[in-house]
Design a protein around this ligand. Structure first.
Ligand code: ZN
Ligand code: MN
Length: 490
């Protein structure tokens, strides 16, 4: 039955990330964010006649690193192309990009979905330069538009996924994983607010037909997505809009062109902008001023060795080596290599991976967030935390241990010093505890009398006195047992 087959949302993402270079792709201008407008420019990146671009070797190396980590095939020969179009932020009237021979293609990235791990195919990863930025000055009543060319010529990696994503949540998971990976291998800082990561989302809906076929709504490319949350919302909105329009109008002739839409985050709607350009609109041709690049055999293997452990590999290792739950492994990995290394060091020092994970994922993570601190600069080193965990093993309650933690952090004290300063003694043994209970009963004759009259709640006051005396280190069930015995004797 065709009606039983569900609709399918089909999503492909085009992601641009800025490479972590100090200088631009074809000149020596700075790529630093926040410089005064048009101060990081030169004849090359503002496109004066007669200048010659020279490729930034560092940018190409970072691009190779990303492509290898994304399981792409490296081309042994790659070249540059001019993508021609006119726009005020593009002074050369063309963008230097890669057209038919990108330096890498056919990769994949694995993501977590509710149904398990999923491999998202990557069509290609190529290098190109960024354009400048238009500033529309509202104070001029919309009449003043300024151009800042500091970004022009900034190295970008364009990562094009296959339409393998089937929900807004999967698109989000893909972006989270991509950002984590690129940050971990130090290819990009992926700061969306600074324009270091930008996403365009292609989406359409496949609707099963009664005759067993599938109708596909026209693809819409959504731009201006300035947060991962916006990507999720825009995709959910656009998929629903396309489905409803299809239910209403069906597919009409002439409606199959791909269109481009912007996302209005405030109103939560997509706004159609224009018919999408075809590649032929750009009149691509090879860039005559740059030499093609050849990549030596064995480069992928060498780059792979130098890149170190990827987040996907770290996850597998943490789960296997420490027997942690998938969720905990996910959180540890998402915080980055340095954070995972901190956990591993605490676990090794205290010999209890579960306790280490518990502390690192809760108290440490919350404290870092609150102090807006990086684990690499955290004064509570793995060594100090391991010392506290050893003290906790002697029987300190969780609440007391957290107080000790806060004191160690605030004063720089060792665990032992903090324990002493807080007057926390190692928990009393049962003999010592029995004596404390006996004294507490003797010191509270009124409560004892009330208890004898049947007011069982009166025992709670004595219980509280014992817990205060032991500063919370005593086990409550042991105190209750001893107290019952002592009250029976009284
Ligand atoms: Zn320049
Ligand atoms: Mn591009």
């Amino acid at each position: 039955m065709a009606e039983d087959r569900p609709c399918r949302i089909v999503i492909g993402l085009e992601t641009h990330v800025q490479l972590l270079t100090r200088t631009k792709l074809f000149c020596g201008c700075s790529t630093r964010f926040g410089l005064p407008p048009n101060s990081a420019t030169c004849p090359v990146c503002i496109g004066l006649p007669g200048v010659l671009p020279v490729m930034n070797r560092r940018a190409f190396d970072l691009a190779l690193r990303a492509a290898v980590a994304l399981n792409c095939r490296l081309a042994d020969f790659t070249k540059w192309d001019r993508k021609n179009y006119y726009y005020p932020d593009l002074p050369k009237n063309y963008q230097i990009s890669q057209y038919d021979l990108p330096f890498s293609s056919d990769g994949w990235l694995e993501i977590d979905t509710p149904a398990g791990r999923k491999r998202v195919g990557l069509i290609r990863v190529h290098l190109e330069e960024d354009a400048g930025k238009m500033l529309h000055d509202e104070s001029g009543g919309g009449k003043d538009s300024l151009v800042d060319l500091n970004r022009a010529g900034t190295p970008l990696l364009e990562i094009v996924s296959k339409p393998d994503l089937s929900s807004p949540e999967e698109a989000r998971a893909y972006l989270d994983e991509l950002r984590l990976l690129l940050r971990e291998i130090e290819v990009s800082d992926c700061e969306m607010q600074e324009g270091s990561l930008r996403v365009d989302a292609n989406v359409n809906v496949h609707v099963p037909q009664p005759d067993g076929g599938v109708a596909a709504t026209p693809i819409v490319e959504v731009k201006n997505l300035n947060s991962f949350r916006a990507v999720e919302r825009a995709l959910a909105y656009e998929a629903r809009r396309q489905y409803e329009q299809f239910q209403r109008d069906g597919l009409r002739m002439g409606q199959v062109d791909k269109t481009t839409a912007g996302w209005d985050d405030g109103r939560g709607v997509t706004v159609v902008q224009r018919r999408k350009e075809e590649a032929s609109d750009y009149r691509y041709f090879p860039e005559p001023d740059l030499v093609p690049v050849t990549v030596a055999a064995g480069t992928a293997e060498r780059v792979r060795r130098e890149t170190g452990e990827l987040p996907s590999e770290l996850r597998v290792r943490l789960a296997g080596q420490y027997g942690l739950k998938a969720y905990d492994v996910g959180v540890l990995t998402a915080q980055g290599r340095a954070f995972a290394a901190y956990f591993e060091d605490v676990a090794r020092r205290c010999g209890d991976a579960k306790a280490a994970a518990n502390w690192v994922l809760n108290k440490v993570l919350a404290t870092l967030k609150q102090r807006k601190e990086d684990i690499r600069a955290f004064p509570m080193t793995s060594e100090r935390l391991a010392e506290l965990l050893a003290a906790q093993k002697e029987g300190l309650t969780k609440q007391m241990a957290e107080e000790v933690f806060d004191r160690m952090l605030a004063t720089g004290a060792t665990a032992r010093q903090a324990l002493d300063a807080l007057g926390v003694k190692p928990p009393a043994g049962e003999g010592e505890l029995a004596e404390i209970v006996r004294q507490a009963v003797a010191a509270n004759p009124k409560a004892v009398a009330d208890f004898k009259k049947g007011k069982t709640a009166a025992a709670q006051a004595i219980f509280g006195a014992v817990m205060r005396e032991t500063r919370g280190t005593a086990k409550a069930d042991v105190v209750r047992k001893l107290l019952d015995e002592e009250l029976a004797k009284a």
